[in-house]
Each structure stands twice: as C-alpha cells, then as structure tokens.
Design a protein around this ligand. Structure first.
Ligand code: SAM
Ligand code: SF4
Length: 352
C-alpha cells in the first residue's frame, strides 16, 4: 500500500512513504519510462518508416501535465524515471521538464526519486549536456549502432555521425556517465561489434546490445534484420573473455565483464530469453497512455483521470488499477510467415 503525506503538484517536492506498487505477479513497479514525444530527427530503419505520421501536437500532454503524472508515480514509489521517445531532446522546452523532475532527486526531498535519466540518439546532446548534469542527471544512454559514418547515415537515414560524437564528447566533459546502446542487426553491424566494444570501453562507457523487437510497420523485413544475441555472444567469445556478473542498472540487461577491455557488456534479449520475470517497469506515452508491458497492447488512459480534476486522488486510483493489469510477459515472436509486427505501435510511441 502507498500512503501519501503532503501534496503533489507543480510546486512542492513530494513527501511520501511510497512503498512500491506491486503487480499481480509480486513484482515491485519502481521504474517509469516516459516517451515525451513520438517525433524524432532520425528515421532508424528498424524503428520507423521513412514517412512516419506523428501525433498532432494538440494531442500531446503539456510538460506541466507530464510533470504532474511523473510526480504521481514518484509518490507511488517510482524510484527511477527515464525520459525517452521518439527523441526526447527534440521536444520543445524539454529541459523545463528535466529541471522540474530533478527537484525530486536527492535525499532531502523525502520523495525518493533515485535516478533521473534519458535515452537519446545524441544528436542534440552537445547543447544540453551541461544543463542535464545541472538538473541532476548523472547517467544517460546514447544509441549508436555503428562507428562508420556512412553506415550510420544508412541505418538512421537522417542522422549525422559527427554530431552524435560531439554529443558524446560534451556529455562526458559535463560529467555524465554514458552507456551506449546498439541494436544488433544482421549483416549490418555484427562484424563491427568487437570495435564497438573496444571503442566504448576505451572511453569508459558500458555497451549494451539489444535484439530487434517486432514493433510497428517499417519498410524493411524484420526477419532480415533479426540477429539472435546468443549467436553474437558466441562470436564475440572467440576474441574476448566474458564473466557473467550480477550488475544491475534497474533495466533488463544481463551483464558480463570483458577481461581484455576491463569494461562491461550488457545483453538485452527479449526474444531469445524471457526478460519479463524481473520486470519492474511501466511506460507512459506523451498522450498519457500507460502501457504496462512493452510487448502487449493493453493500456490505461491516465489523461482522462489527469484532466478530470485537480485532485490527484482519481489519478492515483487509475494508476493502481492499471498496475493490477500488468501482464506476466510479452508475446513477441518473429512472425516469419506473415512478416507482421507482433505489436502494431512503433517503439517510438512507448519508448525503448
Ligand atoms: N531516440 C532515442 C534513441 O534512439 O536513443 C530514444 C528512443 S529509441 C525508441 C530507444 C531505443 O530503442 C534505442 O536504443 C533504439 O535503438 C531502440 N529501438 C528502437 N526500435 C527498436 C526495435 N524495433 N527493436 C529493438 N530496439 C529498438
Ligand atoms: Fe529516432 Fe531513436 Fe527510433 Fe532512431 S531509434 S528513429 S533515434 S526514436
């Protein structure tokens, strides 16, 4: 049970005892991912079609509404918030939200938010890195699937590799710890992985590799892109010595240390290994829809509860009700016969 002492809202930090919310399978829900926009300045081939139709701007929650929703989750025991998208740093005035959420960080607020972080493609990082640090962000994930500028342009369609590198430089200079995320893509980057590992670890960054998930219609065939990480790992182990470790970042990755580079490598394997049993996450979209599972369609409309009244009681009740519907796991399969995505919405809607 959560009991709230004091008020939440735009002004004051929360005071809450905030025992975590627990789902029907006994998993504590302590991690909220927020897709602050479905828009992006890239069009990664595994994520989006080139001609995406985005939500009309009028359908988006305001930054104040997103803040109120996040604050309600913090009051209900959420300890970690990740801003994602789409590309979170292309949302207008996003730093306003980051600063507002940053007020919940730190032991003196009593609210218990332990980490505020984001996942970004890095394109806008150079101009925001210092302010992110100033708002209390300490670690970020940067998505990078290749170190080859031409291949980078190919996979992102619109991305500029040099800008992302500038972003990484600026973030490290500002004191942000970076984890690189690379989606493992068959016949695209598997042979580059040893270099990516050396690059990441050489710069003091962890690297996590991710299996492609069948989400949303794209122009390419997902079965052509899919590379099981078990294969990638076996390949890498011909060159590197891995030791499994218990390291946890609150996310779904399983980590190894790499003897030759001294760094950490994470594997996110939604398809070859069921990562659901320890799931502690729910996902909020920029329209206020809460998805209790990345790989299922069931969702709760928190916008209605948010807009019905200024009093947060209804919102808290709607969140509680949603958590009772958190499913045991996803049903991702790569549908080789019909080549349909398992989930119709794109990753950019719910956030990766
Ligand atoms: N735009 C930001 C970025 O690229 O980091 C944040 C949003 S993006 C949807 C978050 C993560 O999801 C990225 O690391 C991206 O590579 C990953 N992603 C996108 N579509 C995916 C898919 N179909 N399967 C697996 N990962 C995917
Ligand atoms: Fe944009 Fe991130 Fe999707 Fe690439 S993966 S298109 S950067 S949202």
């Amino acid at each position: 049970m959560n009991s709230i002492v004091g008020t939440i809202g735009n002004a004051a930090p929360l005071v809450a005892d905030a025992a975590p919310m627990v789902d029907p399978f006994g998993r504590a829900v302590t991690y909220l991912r927020v897709s602050v926009t479905d828009r992006c300045d890239f069009r990664c081939t595994y994520c989006m079609a080139e001609n995406m139709t985005f939500l009309p701007k009028k359908d988006l929650l305001t930054l104040e509404e997103l803040d109120r929703l996040c604050s309600a989750f913090i009051a209900k025991g959420v300890r970690k918030i990740r801003l994602t998208g789409g590309e979170p740093l292309v949302r207008k005035n996003i730093m306003h939200l980051v600063r507002q959420l940053g007020r919940h960080l730190g032991s003196n607020t009593g609210s218990g938010l332990e980490e505020l972080t984001l996942t970004t493609n890095g394109s806008q990082l150079a101009r925001h890195a210092e302010e992110l640090y100033d708002c209390g962000v300490r670690r970020i994930n940067v998505s990078l699937d290749t170190l080859d500028p031409d291949k980078f342009r190919k996979v992102t369609r619109w991305g500029d590799f040099g800008k992302v590198m500038e972003g990484i430089d600026a973030a490290q200079k500002a004191g942000l710890k970076i984890k690189l995320n690379a989606v493992a893509l068959k016949d695209f980057n598997e042979t580059e992985m040893p270099d990516m590992l050396r690059f990441a670890h050489g710069r003091g960054m962890d690297l996590t590799v991710i299996e492609t998930m069948p989400m949303g219609e794209i122009e390419e065939d997902r079965t052509d892109q899919y590379l099981p990480l078990s294969e990638l790992r076996a390949d890498l182990e011909r060159q590197f010595t891995f030791t499994d470790i218990d390291y946890q970042t609150g996310g779904p990755a399983r980590y190894v240390t790499v003897a030759e580079t001294g760094g950490r490598l994470g594997f996110i394997t939604p398809l070859t290994h069921n990562f659901c049993e320890s799931c502690n996450r729910v996902r909020l979209t920029c329209t206020g829809t809460l998805y209790m599972c990345l790989g299922q369609n069931d969702a709760a409309d928190l916008r209605a509860a948010l807009r019905a009244t200024e009093d947060d009681g209804l919102l808290h009740a709607a969140i509680d009700e949603a958590i009772t519907r958190k499913p045991k796991g996803h049903d991702f399969i790569i549908d080789r016969t019909h080549k349909r995505p398992a989930v119709a919405r794109h990753m950019s809607v719910t956030g990766g």
